[in-house]
Design a protein around this ligand. Structure first.
Ligand code: PLP
Length: 383
């Protein structure tokens, strides 16, 4: 349908740029249809054991070059298992970014640990490694690092800081499975890496996750915690079966998403939105979300939330990001190291573009730009 770019924003009663809304996720995949048909025919969809989970473990270990890949029921559970593997015990401190996935802070609390929040980098709102040394004290047991919204954390620096002090590193790669971070696969810089297979994620089984490690003692602690005569944090055969074909196509899809982002970056910047810097020229991040810094002054003072609502109404999946952890939790639940100036800015100023459209066509990408231009033109009327 040809779109009249001068028309009113959809939120004010005009016609949306993309009436069909954002693309669905997960997309149709013949390889998944095949395996599901086969499981239906032979009854393996309902069994405890079969070939699919061992196959998934094999694929994940090979992709990451790690000794152990331990599937579990979610990324949040995987972070908890990683903390228990170290082990983080009651009273131990875990350093993480003040802007991070909410479940990560909650997981630290769940094992009795004390979260210590540090600030994020101004250019990509991912953990600022320069803030780490001051945050580390005698109680520090681990650093929990997430690569978020298409930015990567400087893992060589994290590794060096942790190694000099004998501290463990958990690397949360939930948002970028298969990505390249300073020359290695995301999730392999940490003593433990974490993946999510949640319904919106790049590898999707509706629910699920995995812990990656090459340290036998850590893998053994996870086994002892999860195996209680039964698997307490299970991933099923059915979930494993739909993940295997997605691992096969992961590199190719990550490449397609990166091509889309290369196209979008300069256009978004021209419109006043600043896409997250990658953080390292030799890294190839994954794009579960593309983070954008939103300056209200470039849009007639329109609030971030109202802007997101208006773009959403045009059929484009742009949303506010996470809440900063110190803004969304009682101060008694964490310690702060240094100031959290950038995390505070991120709390109010971040937008994220959701990934499914990145596997679409140049026309789909163009609609993102058209929608943002349209909202920009009507920014004053949208106040
Ligand atoms: C999604 C996500 C998780 C948790 O994964 P679930 O499978 O949804 O529990 C953890 N960390 C980050 C950075 C995530 O984006």
């Amino acid at each position: 349908m040809p779109h009249d770019s001068q028309s009113l924003p959809a939120i004010l009663g005009g016609s949306p740029v993309r009436p069909q809304g954002p693309p669905d996720w997960p997309p149709p995949d013949p390889a998944i249809a095949d395996v599901l048909r086969q499981m239906l025919a032979d009854g393996s969809w309902g069994r405890y054991h079969g070939p699919h989970l061992p196959n998934l473990i094999e694929q994940l270990s090979r992709l990451h070059g790690c000794e152990f890949a331990i599937p579990c029921c979610s990324g949040t559970a995987a972070v908890e298992l990683a903390l228990r593997a170290i082990p983080v015990r009651p009273g131990d401190e875990v350093v993480l970014a003040g802007y991070d996935f909410r479940g990560n802070l909650q997981d630290v609390l769940a094992v009795g640990g004390i979260p210590v929040l540090v600030d994020i980098r101004p250019d990509n709102w991912n953990l600022d490694t320069a803030a780490l040394p001051a945050a580390i004290g005698p109680q520090t047991k681990a650093i929990l690092v997430s690569h978020l919204h298409g930015g990567v954390v400087n893992m060589p620096a994290v590794r060096q800081i942790a190694d000099e002090r004998g501290i463990a590193v958990i690397e949360d790669a939930c948002q970028m499975p298969g990505a390249w971070v300073y020359g290695r696969r995301a999730g392999t810089w940490g003593d433990l890496g974490v993946l999510s297979f949640g319904g919106s994620k790049l590898l999707s089984a509706g629910r699920g996750g995995a812990v990656l490690t090459s340290q036998p003692a850590m893998a053994q602690r996870i086994r002892l915690w999860t195996q209680r005569g039964n698997d307490t944090y299970p991933l099923s055969e059915l979930q494993a079966a739909v993940l295997v074909p997605q691992i096969t196509s992961l590199d190719q899809r990550n490449h397609q998403r990166a091509v889309a982002i290369d196209w979008l970056r300069p256009q978004l910047r021209n419109l006043g939105l600043t896409p997250f810097a990658v953080g390292d020229p030799d890294s190839q991040p994954g794009y579960y979300k593309l983070g954008l810094q939103y300056p209200p002054e470039a849009f007639a003072g329109l609030s971030r939330d109202r802007f997101a609502e208006a773009v959403r109404a045009e059929g484009i999946a742009i949303d506010p990001g996470f809440r900063a952890l110190h803004r969304s939790h009682a101060a008694s639940r964490f310690r702060v190291s240094g100031h959290l100036e950038e995390a505070t800015r991120a709390d109010a100023g971040i937008l994220t573009l959701h990934h499914p459209v990145l596997l679409g066509t140049a026309e789909d990408w163009g609609e993102i730009i058209t929608a943002i231009e349209k909202i920009g033109r009507h920014a004053s009327a949208l106040q």
